[in-house]
Design a protein around this ligand. Structure first.
Ligand SMILES: Cc1cc2nc3c(=O)[nH]c(=O)nc-3n(C[C@H](O)[C@H](O)[C@H](O)COP(=O)(O)OP(=O)(O)OC[C@H]3O[C@@H](n4cnc5c(N)ncnc54)[C@H](O)[C@@H]3O)c2cc1C
Length: 483
């Protein structure tokens, strides 16, 4: 049986950020992730917004970690090599009544020490955002965007290079406290650990109940999105938010550019019974479009190319107003069990700051000695498609696999597919390739390149076709060979 100092349950952005922070120290850490890759849960499906800290009350953990995380992300982006853009956001008011809400947000923001907040006239907004008519707007310069999965992959891969063990497709099924250690039973065998970090997102209650009676409920709340084609990327330049609705503790349907150049409309907010219910619905798609059209009246329906949903992990029911602060604490009943409960938005933004806090908590029980041989991540400065013709031809001379385009839409080469499949955490699904190098993310959504990636997986990585997966442990791509 393998023994660890720290076992992290969940390889979302929170678990991966904690793993990365711990990888700087001489501590034996494992991450159990039941999905086939990191960022399989909430982290995969959200708005990708770097929040500034204007929405959460000053004395809340949400505000504290959001503001701290926001400040850390720009330097982390350089250190770990994931893109972000500080595009800023406008919260728009349609009338004098809504302007009072902007003043309320400014007050929260100033209390949280968010810099640069300013109320702008509609005419000034129109100069920057010609498609967004409004009466007044709050300008928030420290808000930005990133790709949540790229950030999480960067954290996890750098942690793995520094000897954190990532056990994918490994579901924690039972935990018992045995003396000073925890005995952790998974579908891949048994493990022991001194400390457990419960970063299981929507399953945080299930993990707690393996050891004690939870004193909280998780209320899943689905948020659906529409995705616009890249051809419409010039509809907006920054993020556009309505004034937040008064109920449900959410920010309302907003319009957000993505790093890739698409635009997102959403999310909705619908409390559901089953956290696995990730479907998108025709009715909600209509509602989202209509709400977005109130912000951009010229929004064309034909711009919509896709839809997806993410499920929020809320600790307050709709009756209670839907807003509750995070609970980040060591269990009093089960010392050594550190729980992260209700890590909904702005959890992506707060992740690096939350990870520092958890490391500080762990250091109370385990002496954390800094590693002298911490390895930084090899950063790919430019994708092949972004290089000049001269740079491309020089690269092909060095490695002919750069001369073979596999994904025509995004211009991804065989060499880049191979790099994606050689990742240090051992993620080898079709989605793992997509999220690392963008193959299959273009207009044809993998229609052309899937067969070529499958061939590379089979011939160069010796993956049995019967075991190849789309994205999760139960998503087999094939039933078997026909010939
Ligand atoms: C609709 C929506 C929009 C959002 N927008 C934003 C935003 O714009 N900006 C922002 O800052 N935040 C946003 N958030 C919040 C953000 O996405 C979350 O706070 C963050 O992703 C939480 O990460 P996590 O690691 O806690 O959870 P998750 O990403 O869900 O990770 C938990 C992991 O645990 C694994 N797991 C669960 N049970 C087990 C088990 N028994 N054994 C092994 N593994 C297990 C799961 O597979 C999962 O991968 C949004 C969230 C939603 C839903």
């Amino acid at each position: 049986m393998k023994n660890f100092h720290v076992a992290i349950i969940g390889g979302g952005v929170i678990g991966s950020a904690i793993a990365w922070e711990l990888s700087k120290y001489k501590v034996n850490t494992v991450v159990f992730e039941m999905g086939s890759d990191v960022a399989s849960g909430m982290t995969k499906a959200n708005s990708g917004v770097i929040h500034s800290g204007i929405n959460s009350a000053t004395d809340s953990l949400k505000a504290r970690f959001c503001v701290e995380g926001n400040k850390m992300l720009q330097s982390l982006s350089k250190q770990l090599g994931f893109p972000l853009k500080m595009v800023g956001k406008y919260v728009i008011a349609k009338n004098e009544e809504e302007t009072k809400e902007l003043e309320r947000l400014i007050k929260i923001g100033e209390d949280n020490e968010v810099p640069g907040l300013e109320i702008k006239d509609g005419s000034e907004v129109k100069r920057k955002e010609p498609n967004v008519p409004c009466y007044k707007a709050l300008w928030v310069p420290t808000a930005g965007i990133m790709q949540p999965y790229e950030f999480t992959i960067a954290l996890a891969e750098n942690a793995a290079i520094n000897n954190v063990n990532f056990l994918l497709e490994t579901k924690v099924k039972n935990i018992q406290k045995k003396g000073d250690n925890f005995l952790i039973k998974t579908n891949k065998g048994e493990f022991q650990s001194q400390i457990i970090v419960n970063a299981a997102g929507l399953n945080c209650g299930e993990i707690v109940s393996m050891l004690e009676e939870p004193d909280f409920n998780v209320y899943p709340c689905r948020g659906e999105y529409l995705v616009l084609d890249k051809n419409y990327s010039n509809l907006i330049n920054s993020m556009i938010y309505p004034v937040p609705p008064k109920e449900l503790g959410v920010l309302g349907v907003h319009i957000t550019p993505t790093i890739e150049g698409n635009i997102l409309l959403g999310p909705s907010a619908e409390f559901i019974d089953d956290a696995e219910e990730k479907r998108t619905t025709k009715e909600m798609m209509k509602t989202l479009f209509n709400e977005a059209k109130e912000i951009i009246p010229t929004l064309p329906e034909k711009a919509v190319i896709n839809a997806y949903s993410g499920i929020r992990c809320k600790l307050a029911s709709p009756k209670e107003g839907g807003w509750a602060d995070y609970r980040i604490e060591e269990s009093k009943q089960t010392p050594g069990l550190i729980n992260l409960l209700g890590i909904e938005s702005p959890g992506l933004t707060g992740a690096p700051a939350i990870a520092k806090e958890i490391t500080r908590m762990i250091s109370k029980s385990i002496e954390l000695k800094t590693k002298t041989d911490f390895k930084t991540r090899k950063i790919i400065k430019k994708r092949f498609a972004e290089m000049t013709a001269k740079e491309q031809s020089d690269l092909i001379k060095k490695d002919e696999r750069y001369g073979r385009i596999v994904c025509r839409c995004e211009h991804i080469t065989e060499a880049e597919i191979i790099q994606a499949l050689s990742n240090p955490i051992g993620a080898q699904t079709l989605s793992s390739v997509k999220y690392r190098c963008r193959a299959g993310m273009g207009r044809c959504q993998g229609g052309f390149c899937t067969q070529h990636i499958v061939r590379i997986m089979e011939e160069q990585f010796k993956i049995d076709v019967n075991k190849m997966k789309l994205k999760s442990p139960d998503s087999n791509l094939f039933d078997g060979r026909t010939r």
